[in-house]
Design a protein around this ligand. Structure first.
Ligand SMILES: [Ca+2]
Length: 266
């Protein structure tokens, strides 16, 4: 079995510099098979992605361009779309019952929309940055760019706790887009082609998913195609979707074990 140095594998030089050579547990590394490929709006700077009742919901970022959309998976057709007020940089989204909740990056403001109409119902506030949202059936889970995930009460949107995420015992920062998948939190590591699988109780990373090569170089639009971001999961049919900022494609993928583990050199 080959052991990868995870800090080098993630291309995370800052992490490598602070990494202590104390190997707690080697973490399995997964690769992927593409099951289906779907079109994706190359002007959608994806910040949030989820699957609900047969449709994708996607939020996009950038000032003056932020939006929330309901999208037909198969065609990429935008069925409903609202603009986020131009002073805000839109971030993650989550659905809780008949509401859709969204974050903004650095404005400390979140929005609650009626899911059916996408009409704004109210705003709420939080400290720090807003990156992504998902939910585990009991709580909302929020990332803010640090190594900590926050749990929020889904009704009051007040913080109820935090989870420090660690890889091999070290805090793992830049947790971006989130998805609750089969009892684990999946997170996209910002500016990398990696997803991590997080134990929601311990915060430990229990798997690394290498998505390098998912979008081929020939499919990338110079000056426009940005980083991997966006994970959605259809729990009913066990389908996992991923895309990226301004990517021309959205992929259904299936994870496969590489037989490799990531850890440190001993
Ligand atoms: Ca998601």
């Amino acid at each position: 079995m080959r052991i990868l140095n995870w800090a080098l594998a993630l291309g995370a030089s800052a992490l490598a510099a602070t990494f202590a050579v104390t190997c707690a547990a080697a973490v399995p590394v997964y690769s992927f098979d593409v099951v289906h490929t779907y079109p994706h709006d190359t002007h959608a700077f994806t910040e949030g992605l989820l699957y609900h009742d047969g449709f994708l919901y996607e939020s996009t970022g950038l000032e003056k361009l932020s939006s929330i959309r309901k999208v037909r998976l198969e065609s990429g057709e935008v069925l409903q779309k609202i603009a986020i007020p131009p002073q805000y940089f839109g971030e993650g989204i989550v659905i809780w019952k008949h509401r859709l909740i969204s974050l903004t990056w650095k404005s400390h403001v979140g929005f609650v929309f009626d899911l059916a109409s996408l009409k704004l119902q109210k705003t709420f506030h939080y400290t720090g940055e807003g990156w992504a949202l998902t939910q585990d059936g009991r709580r909302l889970i929020m990332s803010d760019g640090t190594a900590e995930l926050r749990f929020l009460d889904p009704l009051t949107l007040q913080e109820t706790g935090r989870l420090k995420v660690t890889l091999d015992g070290q805090p793992l920062e830049n947790l971006n887009e989130l998805e609750w998948v089969r009892g684990e939190i999946f997170a996209n590591l910002w500016q990398t082609n990696w997803l991590v699988r997080i134990n929601p109780d311990s915060g430990q990373v229990v798997g690394l998913i290498d998505l390098a090569g998912l979008l081929r170089p020939s499919e990338q639009i110079p000056g426009q195609t940005d980083v991997l971001n966006g994970i959605a999961y259809d729990a009913r049919d066990d389908r996992l979707y991923v895309t990226g900022k301004n990517w021309p494609k959205l992929f259904e993928i299936r994870l496969k074990s590489t037989g490799e583990v990531a850890g440190t050199k001993h």
